[in-house]
Every structure is written in structure tokens, then in C-alpha cells.
Write a protein that binds this ligand. Sequence first.
Ligand SMILES: *Cc1c(COP(=O)(O)O)cnc(C)c1O
Length: 432
Amino acid sequence: MSKLAAFGGTAAVPKHRRRSEWPLVEDDDRKAVITVLDGARLVSDTDGENPVAALEQDWARQFGYGHCVAVSNGTAALSLALSALGIGPGDEVIVPALSFIATGLAPVHQMAVPVFADIDPVTFNLDPDDLERRITARTAAIIPVHLHGAPADMDRIMAIAARHGIPVLEDAAQAPGATHRGRPVGSIGAAGVFSLQVSKNIPTCGEGGLLVTGDADLAAAMRRGRQFGEVIEAGRERDYVSYGLGWNHKMNGLQAAFTSSQLTRFEDYERARQANIGAFLARLAKLPGIQVPTALADTTHVWHILRFRFDPAAFGLDGVPPEALRSTLRRLLRAEGVPMSQYQLMPLPDQKVFVDRLGFGVGHHPWALTGAPGTVAGEGYPVTREVIADSLTIQKRHLHPEAGDLLALYADAFEKVWAAGDMVATLAKAAS
Ligand SMILES: *Cc1c(COP(=O)(O)O)cnc(C)c1O
């Protein structure tokens, strides 16, 4: 057994092998941006031929969406979608307790109360049973998140939503390219939202977001919302009339061109990633006490984030808190050169903004509108809490299409640490 790097041994991942860039910027991307910079159309305020309209068409064609509307970022996309769906004061919107904060904030911006539901322990996505328990007469939308790139259980979520007549908005920010029974995520509910933020699987050179829908009226409402409520159509002169409440959530042409260029390489990247990550996960799955990420049957997972759960019992640590094992493994694996980290330090309902109801005005709107109590830190959502307590993630490094060798070194590191299982157990006990 080789000596652990945490105790002076040689790291399984040598320092000079640790770099793995994401996003990957190539000459085509640079050229695409420069071409727009030297042209006349920097933003999407004119319809027809401009890089923003081109990205909308490219995205819709590549994945198979009816309509696509490009906006400034994924959070703005969530707001515009909720607005277009008519979500407003007094409504409740159900969102998963484990997600990025934006999913929980978007309803508040519509003066709607976010209602959190627990997650599935394997897919980390919205638990349909808990979702159904939380439906009330006020529930006006459901936002399943395809977290980490894994499609949520859309069969059951759509069936529940249909039974109650509630629209579904898919937060696919982490899942471009993922499919559910052959359909692209974002096309199953009434609308879907993507983020092109620089760390996501299909990035732009900064911030960007996209809305997709099969409904032409909804797409038109999102377009109006993007630009001051105005109607911008090819062949129609701009009349500067606001036909409804709008924002300025337009996308910049430089960012659109960058993403259109990235999109041409997506399939190649994706094929390479599936092979690299598949091989990596297969090695880790052989180790006792580790739950590797997995997708539901008949879906494709696009592995935006890799989350691993660790079982104290497998290390003979019954009764030891999972946090002790997690922090021990984090320290040992990081010393070996594997950048294990946490993604989400707490369930969304524990965030101060929801506990203290820090929405609008001194009256704590939107909660005060309905008398909703806000959430209580540390209470409820047992599965979300267990997952946060016993898991760690790998982010970004595995997204590079040539990360296969690096992932093999990561697997060496896991195997080395697992071979020192007695040491892991001793350290975890001491940490608890
Ligand atoms: C990144 C992300 C968002 C927000 O996207 P931005 O472009 O950063 O505003 C929303 N939901 C989820 C699940 C995300 O990961």
C-alpha cells in the first residue's frame, strides 16, 4: 500500500497533470467573436439577421425545440418564463430543495412563494411523491431541475402536473443535450430554461441564457418580456410601445456568436465525455461504500457535476456522522490531487432569504400576501440533508473532452485512498 499524500506520500495525480481547462476556447470561437465585433449587430434589438437570432435557430435545430429565445442569463430566463406563464402575486411555485439558488429566487421576483420539495436519493432530482404532497389550491407552477445533468422523473412529474392542471417549467441550466425517453430536456414541460454561464456544459464567454418552448404564444410573450414589452418582428417597424410588463434581458451578440461556435463542437465533446466519464465511474463503482451518479432508465445524463455519496457503514463506521467521513475523504483525496468539493452547503429552504422572508418591502412580500410562514433552517427535507451530509462533487475538470487520462489518475487516487480504508476509518472517528 503506497503512502497517502496527506502524510507525505507521492500524490496519485502529479501536480503538472492537474490542469484541465473549462471552457475550451478555440480559434473558431475567437474568430466568431471578432466577426461580430467588426459588424453592426451587437444586440438582439432588431429582428432577422443578427448573431442572437442565429444562435436561437442553431439551438432549436440542434436539439429539436419549436422556439428558442436568447436572453442575458439563466436566472432572467426563469423569470421571463414564469412571467409568460402568468405566475404572479399569491401563487405558489414548487421547486426542489436541492438546486442552485436561482431556481428558488425566480418565483419571488414574480411575487410568488417558492415551496420546496425533497429530492430523490439517487438522481438528486425532485421527488414526485413529495412534490404531490405539497400541491395546494395556490400552486401555479412546478419547476423540476435536471440537476447535475440528469433528467428528472418527467413521466411522473408530468402526470401529477396534468392531474392538477399545473404548468411545468424545466430548469435545464445544467443539462443541455440531456434526453428523457428520446426527447430533449426542456421540451417536455410548457417551457425550458438553459444557462450559458461560462461554467456550464455549453458555455458562452461570460453570461447568457436561453428559453425554449413548443408554444408560439409563450415564445412571443417571452420575447416581449425580454425587451421592454415591445413587439419586435422581422419586417415590422419598431413602434416603441410596451404591450406588457417587460425587462431589458437582451443577449449580447458577441456571446451569442461564441456559443454558436461552441455548439458546432458539442456532439464531439459530448461523445468524448460520455466515454471518459463512463470509464471513470465504472472504476469507482467497484469500490465499497461509494454511490456513483446514475441516470434513470431511457435517459441520457450529461454529467455537468459528478456527485458521489459515501456510506460510513462500508468503512465500519456505523453511528459515525456521515459529515466526518465526508470531510476525511475530502482532505485525503484533495491531497492526492482530486479537487473534491461540496455543491450546495445547505438545502435551499435554509437560505437566509427564505428563512427571513427577505423579498419585497418591509412587509415581507410575497410571503405576507398569502400568510405563508417562510422556511425554518435545519427542518424538513430529510433526503436533501442526507445527500448534502454524505456527498462530495467533482466540477468542471471532467468536462474537457480530453480529460480521460486525468480521470484515470483520479480513479487511481480513489483506489489508493480506499486501500487505506483502516486509516480512513481512524481519521473519520477522530473527526467526529
Ligand atoms: C446556473 C444555474 C441557473 C442560473 O443560470 P445563470 O445563467 O447563472 O443565471 C439556474 N438554475 C440552475 C440549476 C443552474 O445551475
